[in-house]
Design a protein around this ligand. Structure first.
Ligand SMILES: *[C@@H]1O[C@H](CO)[C@@H](O)[C@H](O)[C@H]1NC(C)=O
Ligand SMILES: *[C@@H]1O[C@H](CO)[C@@H](O)[C@H](O)[C@H]1NC(C)=O
Ligand SMILES: *[C@@H]1O[C@H](CO)[C@@H](O)[C@H](O)[C@H]1NC(C)=O
Ligand SMILES: *[C@@H]1O[C@H](CO)[C@@H](O)[C@H](O)[C@H]1NC(C)=O
Ligand SMILES: *[C@@H]1O[C@H](CO)[C@@H](O)[C@H](O)[C@H]1NC(C)=O
Ligand SMILES: CC(=O)N[C@H]1CO[C@H](CO)[C@@H](O)[C@@H]1O
Length: 408
C-alpha cells in the first residue's frame, strides 16, 4: 500500500519536472522529432465580458513613438481605432517587458537570456482559467506547440525567426510545467487553423517573428505585417465578435529618452463614437492585465496589475476609475529605461522574489477585485518582501522599490 502511494507521488513529480525542461532542444532533428508528437489544444469558451468578449494582444518591437505613428500602415490602424498616446513600456530590454505583461512584474530582469520564472509565481493565465476563459499564445514560426527552446531560426536562410524572449507564457514555470498549457502556446499556422475551425480562444497574445515584428527589420515591415494580418480579420466574424485588439510595442528604441510607445485599440468592441480618437491617460503593460481583469471580473495577481489603469473605453463600462499619474516624481521624470534589481537580475542585487500583496491593501478603494484565492493560499504567511500597492505609480531602475536597488 505504502509503496503504491509513493510511486504515484514520484510519478507526478517526474511528469511535472519533465514537462518544464523537455522541449528546449533546438537542433533541427530534435525539433522535428518533438514536433511529430507535440500536443496542441484549442479550448473554447464563451464568457461574456462587460466591454468585450475577446482580447487579442499583438506586440511589435523596439520602435519609438513618433516613428511608429509616422508609419502609414500603423497610422491606418490608428485611424480605425483609438490611439493611446501616453502608453509606456516598463523597462529595457525586450524580455522583461513581455514577462511583465502577463505576470504583473519583471522581477528585476535586465536581460534577454534564457529564463525560467519560479513555479509559484502566477500569471494572467491562472486568472483566466479560474473563470473558465480560454486563452492562447500565437508565436509566428514557433516550430511546434509548447517548444521551450531559446530560439528557432529560419531553416532555409538561417535568419532569426522565433525567439523565446518574446513568448511570455513559456517563461513562467507555472505554465511550462503543465503539458495542457504548453499545448495552448502555438504558432500562427495554428492560428489560421483555429480561425477556420472557429476555435480561437477569448484571450490571445500574438507575437510576429523577428522579421515581421520589426526587430531585425524596420517599423515599415512591422506596420505592413500588422495591417496585412489585421485588416482581413476586422471584417471576419470568426475573429471579430465583440473583440478588442491591442496593437503595441515592447519598448522604445532610444534608451536615453522616455520609454513611451505607440498603442492602438481597434476592433468591433471599440464604440463607434471613439474610432479615430486619442486617449491620453497613462497606461503601461500592466494595463493589459488590469483590463482583462476588469472586463471579466477576474481575480488579481496582487502585483502591479492591481493599481494599473484599465483602458478607458473598457473602464467606462466596468466602472473603473482611470487615474492620472500623481507620484512625487512626475511622469515627465520617469524614463522606465532601466530595471530595478530582483531575482532575475544578472548583475546582482536582492535575489528574493517579492511576494504578492495578499491582503488586497488599498485595492478595495479602487475596485472589487481580490487576489486569486490560490495565490493567497500559496503566499499567505510567507516572509517575502512585498512592494506592491494599489498605486498607479510604479518603480523603475532610477526609482527602485525599497531593497531592490540595481547594483552598478
Ligand atoms: C506550427 O505548430 C504545429 C503544431 O505543433 C506544427 O505541426 C507546425 O509544423 C508548426 N508550423 C511551423 C511553421 O513551424
Ligand atoms: C517571418 O514571417 C514572414 C511572414 O509573416 C515570412 O515571410 C518570413 O519568411 C518569416 N521568417 C523570416 C526569418 O523572415
Ligand atoms: C459570437 O458570439 C456569440 C456569443 O456572444 C455566439 O453566440 C456566436 O456564435 C458568435 N459568432 C461567431 C461567428 O462565432
Ligand atoms: C535613462 O534616461 C536618463 C535620462 O535621459 C539617462 O540619464 C539614463 O542614462 C538612461 N538610462 C539608460 C540605461 O540608458
Ligand atoms: C516560491 O519559490 C521561491 C523559489 O523556489 C521560494 O524562494 C519562495 O519561498 C516560494 N514562495 C512560496 C510562497 O512558496
Ligand atoms: C516619450 C517618447 O515617445 N519618447 C521618445 C521615443 O523615441 C522617439 C524618437 O527618438 C522620441 O521622439 C520620443 O520622444
Amino acid at each position: 500500500m505504502r509503496s503504491v502511494i509513493l510511486s504515484a507521488v514520484a510519478l507526478a513529480v517526474h511528469v511535472a519536472a519533465q514537462a518544464e525542461n523537455s522541449y528546449t532542444a533546438t537542433a533541427t532533428s530534435a525539433v522535428e522529432a518533438a514536433r511529430a508528437t507535440a500536443k496542441t489544444l484549442s479550448p473554447v469558451s464563451n464568457v461574456k465580458g462587460k466591454a468585450f468578449d475577446r482580447l487579442a494582444i499583438i506586440w511589435l518591437e523596439n520602435t519609438d513613438y513618433d516613428m511608429a505613428i509616422g508609419d502609414p500602415n500603423l497610422a491606418w490602424i490608428a485611424k480605425h481605432g483609438v490611439t493611446l498616446s501616453n502608453y509606456h513600456a516598463v523597462t529595457h530590454p525586450s524580455q522583461p517587458n513581455y514577462i511583465a505583461a502577463v505576470g504583473g512584474d519583471y522581477f528585476g530582469m535586465q536581460h534577454d537570456d534564457f529564463t525560467q520564472v519560479v513555479k509559484n509565481v502566477s500569471t494572467v493565465i491562472d486568472l483566466l482559467e479560474d473563470k473558465g476563459i480560454s486563452w492562447g499564445h500565437y508565436q509566428e514560426d514557433m516550430p511546434y506547440s509548447g517548444f521551450e527552446g531559446q530560439a528557432y531560426v529560419n531553416q532555409k536562410n538561417g535568419k532569426n525567426d522565433y525567439v523565446r524572449k518574446h513568448n511570455p507564457a513559456v517563461t513562467y514555470n507555472s505554465n511550462a510545467g503543465l503539458i495542457d498549457r504548453l499545448a495552448c502556446i502555438k504558432n500562427l499556422t495554428v492560428f489560421n487553423q483555429d480561425l477556420a475551425a472557429g476555435t480561437l480562444p477569448q484571450w490571445m497574445f500574438i507575437t510576429p517573428n523577428m522579421t515581421s515584428d520589426g526587430h531585425d527589420t524596420s517599423v515599415t515591415v512591422a506596420g505592413t505585417w500588422t495591417r496585412t494580418f489585421l485588416e482581413p480579420l476586422l471584417s471576419d466574424p470568426r475573429f471579430m465578435n465583440n473583440t478588442l485588439v491591442l496593437v503595441t510595442f515592447d519598448e522604445n528604441e532610444t534608451y536615453s529618452i522616455q520609454n513611451r510607445i505607440l498603442a492602438i485599440l481597434i476592433g468591433d468592441a471599440v464604440p463607434a463614437a471613439l474610432v479615430g480618437t486619442t486617449d491620453d491617460a497613462y497606461y503601461n503593460h500592466y494595463s493589459e492585465i488590469a483590463t482583462a481583469e476588469a472586463n471579466w471580473d477576474l481575480h488579481t495577481l496582487g502585483r502591479f496589475d492591481v493599481g494599473a489603469n484599465v483602458f478607458s473605453l473598457v473602464a467606462d463600462k466596468t466602472g473603473d476609475d482611470v487615474r492620472a499619474w500623481s507620484g512625487s516624481v512626475g511622469l515627465n521624470r520617469m524614463y522606465f529605461n532601466s530595471s530595478y534589481a530582483g531575482p532575475l537580475n544578472e548583475k546582482g542585487g536582492n535575489k528574493r522574489y517579492a511576494g504578492p500583496n495578499v491582503d488586497d491593501a488599498g485595492a478595495s478603494a479602487l475596485h472589487d477585485r481580490t487576489v486569486l484565492p490560490a495565490i493567497k493560499k500559496a503566499w499567505a504567511g510567507n516572509s517575502a518582501p512585498v512592494y506592491y500597492t494599489a498605486d498607479l505609480e510604479i518603480p523603475d531602475g532610477q526609482h527602485p522599490p525599497s531593497g531592490y536597488a540595481p547594483s552598478s
